[in-house]
Write a protein that binds this ligand. Structure first.
Ligand code: 6K6
Length: 136
């Protein structure tokens, strides 16, 4: 199982540590193609074109996309939209904090699943459910 984990980079890195925990959890179920999203520092050595093309290749290769969408990010929204168009299974995880809510274009999309959680332990249970379920 190839898993594409999507999480904010230029949208803000306040949840970077949590992304790392989620990626560790996802590695129990398959290969996470985008492990770097959970690293404390992300390399600046590639051009934007190289980043885009490399990420799109991984997205095409993935069996499932798991996106953490609490921190709004243009790149994450773009990846979700492209993945939906590719017919991938897409699961968005989010925390409702400070009254902030996820975009209606994500929560209102019938072709993906949005799951709310509070703590990492809850997210871990949701992930178990996602991978124990054959269909969306
Ligand atoms: C490094 C430091 C600052 O910007 C970078 C760029 N590096 C990236 N490397 C790999 N993937 C990236 C990078 N920038 C964006 N992405 C992709 O977009 C990832 O797959 C994320 O899921 C998503 C984040 O988008 P933004 O808009 O928050 O950056």
């Amino acid at each position: 199982m190839k898993i594409y984990f999507s999480g904010s980079i230029r949208g803000g890195r306040q949840d970077a540590q949590l992304y790392g925990q989620l990626i560790d959890e996802l590695q129990k179920y398959g290969t996470v193609l985008t492990e770097h999203i959970g690293h404390e520092t992300i390399s600046h050595s590639k051009t934007d074109r190289e980043i885009h093309d490399e990420d799109m290749a991984w997205l095409r290769e993935a069996d499932i996309v798991i996106a953490e969408v609490t921190t709004p990010s243009l790149g994450v929204g773009y990846e979700i939209g492209r993945a939906v168009e590719m017919g991938k299974r897409v699961v968005c995880l989010y925390r409702s904090k400070n009254g902030n809510s996820v975009s209606a274009m994500i929560r209102g999309c019938n072709d993906l699943t949005c799951l709310e959680y509070s703590e990492f332990a809850d997210a871990s249970k949701l992930i178990t459910g996602v991978f124990n379920q054959r269909n969306r």
